[in-house]
Ligand binder design. Sequence first.
Ligand code: FMN
Length: 169
Amino acid sequence: MKPKAIVYTSNTGHTAAYAELLSERIDLPAYTLEEALQKLPKRSPIIYMGWIMAGKIKGYRKAAWRFNVCAACGVGMTAGGMNADRLRRATGVKDDIDVHAIPGGFELNKLSGMMYGMMKKTAAKVAGDLRAKQDRSPEEENMLMLMTRGAAQIDPAKLARLVEWYKKQ
Ligand SMILES: Cc1cc2nc3c(=O)[nH]c(=O)nc-3n(C[C@H](O)[C@H](O)[C@H](O)COP(=O)(O)O)c2cc1C
């Protein structure tokens, strides 16, 4: 079935940026999950996008309970270390639903409350370990930058596979 809308959950804005870019590319409206629960009929066919938290696509279960999710897309920290199969299993996405994993970056200063406290410690630990390494790969250099300064790393090209998938529906 061809999706009629993009529904997303974003915490620091990266997934929202991708949802808006995708909306322009494939000419479908984009709604936050809260908006969609108010505006879209039950079982509407959608593309769901959510930020990755502890290896799972945030909000997916709620979206799948209410809507007909045709494709799911997780937005995580970096391109390396993200595996769509692992994301599928951890999130509990059925085999017949397409899963995509794309990098969004990391911005500690946009987090608040407990999440800020937790990630501040994690970022300091990861940064310390990386600084102690002699030869850092380009991916490790990027990770060190994300852990210390933070950045949004939205790359429109990363939506290509999702756009192709949509065109085939
Ligand atoms: C508490 C927490 C847990 C996270 N866990 C993961 C993870 O398991 N894998 C990953 O790739 N990124 C993880 N991230 C990074 C976010 O998924 C990433 O920064 C994403 O771009 C955030 O999207 P948003 O701006 O739409 O919220 C985590 C971030 C936070 C705050």
